[in-house]
Design a protein around this ligand. Structure first.
Ligand code: FE
Ligand code: FE
Ligand code: ZN
Ligand code: FE
Length: 222
């Protein structure tokens, strides 16, 4: 529990990695099979090698997952206003703005959860959310403002919501398994908001935007 894991390390080459390199020669006699193990994190049989900082139990995995989604929500709260600015449909804009407010509350809820489990609220880069947000940016860059860009924003946003739904579903289950019932309840509130955000986006798409986008298409059916 009282791990000495450093959380704010930004350098890629950790002391652990360096010592691995220097020990390689000495380790040759004992590890005849791992001749290529110096740089690879995957064994020849496809088994991923754990880092020295690997989670030792479900609690640590839970904490790591919380740090991941904490980063993701913080990135989202910055990205959502930009998406709203690029949308034209008023329902869509209202939906995104409402979810921005919810996202601020979700960040505060995560801080509550960290407190409940006695951990510091630390953000750890979520590569998936980073990628999803980049896709959103790409979609906006490759569409003119209007119904087609709106449809693209909805598509990108739904991928984001689905990622969050999966994440909070897992976090809820972890919290319950670990006996953190209060934390599970808080996470469940956010899970409900993410599901509702997804429904709102689907409705926005069906009610107006995808229809308009189809009309804007020069190859109209009939
Ligand atoms: Fe969220
Ligand atoms: Fe993630
Ligand atoms: Zn739940
Ligand atoms: Fe969300």
């Amino acid at each position: 529990m009282a791990t000495t894991k450093t959380t704010a390390k930004s350098t890629k080459s950790t002391p652990a990695e360096k010592s691995t390199t220097t020990k390689t020669a000495a380790a040759k006699t004992t590890a005849a099979k791992s001749s290529t193990a110096g740089k690879s994190t995957t064994s020849s049989r496809g088994i991923v090698k754990a880092k020295a900082s690997a989670a030792e139990g479900l609690k640590e995995l839970f904490v790591d997952s919380l740090k991941d989604i904490y980063w993701a929500e913080k990135a989202l709260v910055k990205a959502l206003p930009k998406m709203a600015k690029n949308a034209e449909n008023e329902n869509l804009i209202a939906g995104i703005n409402n979810h921005t407010t919810e996202t601020e509350e979700q960040i505060a809820r995560l801080e509550q959860v960290f407190q409940i489990i006695g951990e510091k609220a630390v953000a750890k880069k979520c590569e998936a959310m980073d990628g999803l947000l980049k896709e959103g940016q790409d979609i906006m860059e490759s569409t003119e403002p209007g119904p087609v860009r709106d449809a693209g924003i909805i598509a990108a946003s739904q991928k984001i919501e689905h990622y969050e739904i999966a994440t909070y579903g897992t976090l809820c289950a972890f919290a319950k398994t670990l006996g953190y019932d209060d934390a599970a309840e808080i996470l469940h509130i956010t899970l409900g908001e993410e599901k509702q955000a997804d429904i709102t986006l689907t409705e926005a798409a069906y009610n107006t935007i995808n229809f308009d986008a189809a009309e804007a298409d020069e190859n109209e059916v009939e």
